[in-house]
Design a protein around this ligand. Structure first.
Ligand code: GDP
Length: 591
């Protein structure tokens, strides 16, 4: 039977997701929110009811062409492509969304996380705030939401740079009195790069100089028009300090979670990530993990990076012992033999022996020179899709930044896209490096124009091996980006025939192989050149000249009329009478 997603109904009615929610609530149908799809018939019935309500109120803003929340469309399509049965059945049960809070310093991230925490009934009953393990859960309308309580985009992207996919929804906090600031833009770019849906919390609306509309305007100018203006971005005015608007924010989180259709299989393969870790003097290494799929249990044998252990105990965010951690749930793990890094994946293995084997292999691998984490240029070339150069651009002033962006905009390659994933004013900082390190598709490059690299960033550069360049002259910057682009396209090779030789005799030299005694009949032959072996007019082998000798002397080239010994790499079947055509391979686009 055909199904319809709840938000599609909103779209058809020309109302925003938020208005849909409000109307459902007014009709006493808020339970529907927990359901992400309904049957076609139910959809029609709901639509009729809502349409009536919309008509009655007349309060609904004029429909806009872009009602659907942009970020919601992707997962929706992905799900829609799957067969019904798979979408409904095999994908497991709904799981709590994992939410991160980002924004400019002092805009109220910590206050918001505290305010949300206070809404937690269970915690109030438990008697106050417990020590944080790095994440907590609240129950809202009978459903759980998990919050990572280390706010800020550095922590957010540091985890991604290590490969972790933890966050499902990002809350961008913008203070209504201060408006969009440098770190707000940074945070937006980090959220965009992570491809997670964003909800804006316009904070501090209690302040007399609060100007929420200015925030809406500023964000709209950055391409994030609010839903209430016909845009795609959900924005909720709040006062974290007074606890106003928190309920609506939580509702929006659940709404976005529904639209993403977050599911997990508690019986499936374990997917869990470390979000925080430390060494406790009494309890040993502690790691807070968030389970995204499967179930983590006490007694499980786990490997995390180069640490391993049998889970001795699991503690929930209130410090209570639990036997198992289900999908969406944060838990503190006791029993590891070492402190793992945030962002590392938790893997379950069969037994301690296997854990030890994996860890010792990893430790061994660490001793070797680091392998390139990124694909080689050859691999990039082999890839079908267009290659991407992803730039983080920093400049000394807004003027300099705009000039650099303008110049960069003029560079065009057929085979490479240049994308500026973040542009900002100020020195190259740690967060710039992390953002580049977390690039998944494409090659990252951090460039500074008239700015320096700050000390923390230097450390991160060492750790993540991200290419960073700084320039004082814009022309040099542009030239280098052009070169980097060309490097991605790769050099083009041109073969040029330089001469021919005839094989007179062959010699088998033990330990070396077969050497052909030749006379150069035209042009020249060169060591390292490409060679084609022609026998009776047919090409029988193509390879490379491995060695070229004049008597016993190694030589670089031999000219027409001279005699020489040629050994062809990986080819011992050369025969007298064969003609060797020799080619020089030229790089026509030096990099
Ligand atoms: P963070 O740096 O983003 O974590 O910001 P904080 O949560 O530490 O808040 C910075 C300051 O703003 C603190 O003094 C808070 O009390 C204050 N603040 C946070 N939220 C609000 C709010 O909604 N209204 C008002 N008036 N002040 C707030």
């Amino acid at each position: 039977m055909a199904k319809k997603r709840i938000y599609e109904i909103a779209k058809e009615l020309g109302i925003t997701s938020r208005e849909l929610l409000r109307l459902l609530k007014e009709l006493g149908m808020e339970d529907l929110r927990a359901v992400s799809t309904v049957s076609e018939e139910d959809a029609s019935a709901i639509k009729e009811l809502l349409a009536e309500q919309v008509g009655k109120k007349g309060a609904v803003a004029a429909p806009s062409p872009k009602e659907a929340v942009a970020v919601e469309e992707k997962p929706t399509e992905a799900v829609a492509e799957k067969p019904e049965a798979e979408a409904e059945g095999k994908r497991g049960v709904p799981r709590p969304p994992v939410v991160a809070v980002l924004g400019h310093i002092d805009h109220g991230k910590t206050t918001l996380l505290d305010a949300i925490r206070k809404t937690n009934v269970a915690e109030r009953e438990a008697g106050g705030i417990t020590q944080s393990i790095g994440a907590y859960q609240v129950e809202y309308n009978g459903r759980l939401i998990t919050f990572i309580d280390t706010p800020g985009h550095r922590a957010f992207t540091a985890m991604r740079a290590r490969g972790a996919k933890v966050t499902d929804i990002a809350i961008l906090v913008v203070a209504a009195d201060d408006g969009v600031m440098a770190q707000t833009v940074e945070a937006i770019n980090h959220i965009k790069a992570a491809k997670v849906p964003m909800i804006v919390a316009i904070n501090k609306i209690d302040k007399p100089n609060a100007n929420p509309d200015r925030v809406r305007q500023q964000l709209a100018e950055l391409g994030f028009a609010p839903e209430e203006w016909g845009g795609d971005t959900i924005m909720v005015p709040i006062s974290a300090l007074k606890g106003e608007g928190i309920d609506e924010l939580l509702e929006m989180i659940l709404l976005v979670a529904d639209l993403q259709d977050l599911r997990a299989d508690p019986n499936g393969e374990l997917e869990a990530w470390v979000i925080e870790s430390n060494l406790d003097p009494k309890r040993g290494p502690l790691a807070t993990v968030i389970v995204k799929n499967g179930t983590l249990r006490v007694q499980d044998v786990i490997v995390v990076g180069t640490a391993w252990g049998r889970v001795r105990a699991l503690l929930d965010y209130q410090g209570k012992r639990i036997k198992e951690a289900l999908p969406g749930t944060p838990a503190q793990v006791l029993g590891l033999n070492d402190v793992p890094q945030p962002g590392e994946r938790v893997e379950r293995v069969k037994n301690p022996r296997e854990a030890e084997r994996i860890v010792s292999e990893r430790l061994e691998a660490l001793k070797k020179p680091p392998e390139r984490r990124r694909p080689s240029i050859e691999e990039l070339l082999a890839a079908q899709e267009k290659k991407k150069l992803k730039l983080v651009l920093k400049a000394a002033s807004v003027g300099a930044l705009e000039a650099a962006q303008l110049e960069l905009g003029t560079i065009q390659f057929d085979e490479v896209d240049i994308e500026i994933i973040h542009a900002g004013v100020g020195p190259i900082n740690e967060s710039d490096i992390l953002l580049a390190a977390a690039v998944e598709e494409g090659e990252p490059l951090v460039v500074g124009f008239g700015v320096k690299v700050d000390p923390k960033a230097k450390k991160a550069i060492e750790q993540y091996g991200v290419p960073v360049r700084t320039y004082d002259v814009i022309y040099d910057l542009i030239k280098d980006i052009e070169t980097a682009g060309k490097r991605l396209i790769g050099p083009k090779y041109l073969e040029e025939k330089v001469g021919e030789a005839e094989v007179l005799k062959t010699f088998k030299i033990s330990g070396v192989g077969v050497v052909a005694g030749c006379r150069v009949t035209s042009g020249k032959v060169i060591r390292g050149g490409k060679v084609k072996v022609i026998r009776k007019g047919e090409e029988v082998f193509t390879g490379e000249i491995a060695s070229l000798k004049h008597y016993t002397q190694d030589v670089q080239e031999m000219k027409e009329g001279q005699e020489c010994g040629i050994r062809i790499k990986d080819f011992d079947k050369v025969k007298p009478g064969d003609i060797l055509e020799v080619y020089e391979v030229k790089v026509i686009q030096p990099v």
